[in-house]
Design a protein around this ligand. Structure first.
Ligand SMILES: CC(C)(COP(=O)(O)OP(=O)(O)OC[C@H]1O[C@@H](n2cnc3c(N)ncnc32)[C@H](O)[C@@H]1OP(=O)(O)O)[C@@H](O)C(=O)NCCC(=O)NCCS
Length: 154
């Protein structure tokens, strides 16, 4: 087993210097990736931006959440392909739930592509429920794809 999986990865705030690693994952996992400017703006706007990092400083995932009034919104959450299905997504999502709870949020919302069954399963395992659909929300290869809106009541 590699050193990468011997210790639980730690979560820390995303820095501008992480953006090369973050963008590499973003481009690996998403059809329509965020740009470096999107992440830069998120950090500079004070959004809750975190990376998952192992003991040799390898970034295996990241996510961005906003908090407004009593609602949090997870804007993006990704795990590098080589680190998926090892519990990293769950660790990161639990961290966002913890942060939102600490800030006394009433709910956390997110959107997920209807075809993204892996992500939806992870969210449901941690208590998110489907509350609606945004029609043709996401760009896709041929036609646009619907988003399932999910909510976790804290
Ligand atoms: C969706 C995503 C965040 C999930 O992250 P992940 O790290 O793979 O998720 P986890 O490992 O925590 O859980 C996923 C599965 O791995 C399983 N798993 C966890 N630890 C495991 C282990 N040690 N060995 C084998 N399987 C394991 C979990 O039981 C779960 O299986 P299930 O879905 O069949 O119940 C990740 O696949 C991803 O980034 N995808 C691309 C980007 C994306 O879709 N982001 C979400 C946008 S809304």
């Amino acid at each position: 087993m590699s050193a990468q999986f011997q210790e639980a990865p730690r979560i820390r705030q995303m820095l501008l210097t992480d953006l090369d690693a973050v963008i590499a994952i973003e481009r690996e996992v998403f059809l329509c990736p965020w740009t470096p400017g999107n992440f830069c703006d998120s950090i500079n706007s004070g959004y809750y931006c975190y990376v998952l990092e192992d003991s040799v400083n390898y970034i295996s995932g990241y996510g961005v959440m906003t908090i407004a009034l009593d609602e949090a919104h997870i804007l993006t959450l990704s795990i590098a392909v080589g680190s998926q299905r090892k519990g990293c997504g769950k660790i990161l999502l639990q961290h966002f739930i913890h942060v939102a709870s600490k800030h006394h949020m009433r709910s956390i919302f997110l959107e997920v592509r209807t075809s993204n069954l892996d992500a939806a399963r992870l969210y449901e395992r941690l208590g998110f429920r489907r509350i609606g659909v945004r029609k043709e929300y996401y760009p896709a290869m041929s036609r646009r794809e619907d988003a399932v809106v999910m909510e976790l009541i804290l």
